[in-house]
Unconditional design. Structure first.
Length: 353
């Protein structure tokens, strides 16, 4: 054949600014009511990602939040228990281009009321400090806070075991100490090892949400994540589907969708490359993903009369008990990192056998 007909198929993917506008509109107006605390959470997360990664947000796209912004100070006075969400929203809206100084007044009010003093955890105090310092107010004035947070990060044994709560706290400590990538969080080598250990656990668990946050935290700490991890996250990000419609259910994977795209933005890859819909409710779903590897490996080791922290020795012992899928995940994890042997020494819990 000498005649080749080339077909030009129009792309279903709108330009980036249009995609961002559609996402802002859907989260602001179509997923939840603005008096729902989950509305605060979802919109704060989206705006934070857009702000800290410097995405091109059209100022007019923020019009969907002007109603919230106009009453943000009143909301803070009536709902001070949500001050971190409310401050985050107001600060990001202004920093993305909304005209006004409501955030400054809100920060001063929150500080005057001692709202950060009601926090029991150092992590929450660190978030409050990070938010208010953006307008020149330190509500904590605790010189030891950062040192305690870094000490938590440096306990590598915590992160050699499956512990999602601790792993998410680890990543958020790095986010706050680095001001979301704007400065060096001053982590020592043990803290960086903790991030690596947590990443290996997340990969074994096939948890793209957590692994995305860990890779972002590693980058903020000046460490390049393993290529195996970033390649897998790229595949996972591409696998999301977006469904639009008035009656789509909201028990979806929106957070993982946002965080995976946050990671793509941090590494300079295209973001939100999906056919999103204007003026509609959207739900976000990831593809089918087996999440049995971590459990299978743990069960195989727990049933042993004796365990060793030696990875090569234990590998030969547990491989016969694993499914093919789990073995593929374990092999990928073990080959992804030079620290896997050190990780496994804690993961095996040999001293508890």
């Amino acid at each position: 054949m000498t005649n080749i007909v080339q077909l030009t198929v129009p792309s279903r993917i709108a330009p980036l600014e249009a995609r961002i506008t559609a996402l802002l509109g859907s989260f602001a107006d179509f997923r939840r009511k603005s008096d729902d605390v989950f509305w605060l959470k979802e919109n704060a997360e989206l705006l934070n990602i857009l702000e800290c990664t410097g995405q091109p947000v059209p100022v007019e796209a923020l019009d969907v939040h002007m109603g919230f912004y106009a009453e943000a100070e009143e909301r803070l006075r009536f709902f001070p228990q949500y001050y971190r969400f409310l401050l985050s929203l107001a600060l990001d809206l202004e920093d993305l281009g909304v005209s006004g100084n409501a955030a400054q007044r809100m920060v001063e009010f929150a500080a005057s009321q001692g709202l950060a003093e009601a926090e029991l955890s150092d992590l929450q105090r660190a978030e409050a400090r990070r938010l208010m310092v953006r307008r020149g107010v330190d509500p904590v004035r605790d010189e030891g806070l950062s040192d305690r947070l870094r000490a938590f990060c440096g306990r590598t044994a915590t992160f050699a075991l499956p512990n999602k709560k601790a792993a998410y706290e680890l990543t958020h400590i790095v986010f706050y100490l680095s001001e979301y990538g704007r400065k060096d969080p001053m982590l020592d080598e043990r803290a960086k090892m903790s991030l690596h250990f947590a990443g290996l656990t997340a990969l074994l668990d096939q948890n793209a949400d957590l692994l995305s946050e860990i890779c972002i935290a590693l980058i903020y700490a000046g460490v390049t994540p393993p290529e195996t991890w970033t390649d897998w996250l790229e595949e996972e990000t591409a696998a999301y589907t977006v469904e639009a419609g008035e009656h789509v259910m909201l028990n979806d994977d929106y957070h993982e969708f946002l965080v995976c795209n946050w990671h793509q933005a941090v590494i300079g890859a295209p973001v939100f490359r999906k056919p999103v819909s204007d003026h509609q409710r959207m739900r976000f779903d990831r593809g089918a993903r087996p999440q049995t590897a971590l459990r299978e490996i743990s069960q195989a080791m727990m049933g042993m009369d004796t365990r060793s922290g030696d990875w090569e020795l234990m590998r030969r012992a547990i491989v016969p008990a694993l499914s093919e899928t789990t073995l593929e995940v374990l092999t990928a994890a073990s080959e992804s990192s030079d620290l896997f042997s050190e990780f496994f020494a804690g993961f095996a819990r040999a001293g508890a056998a």
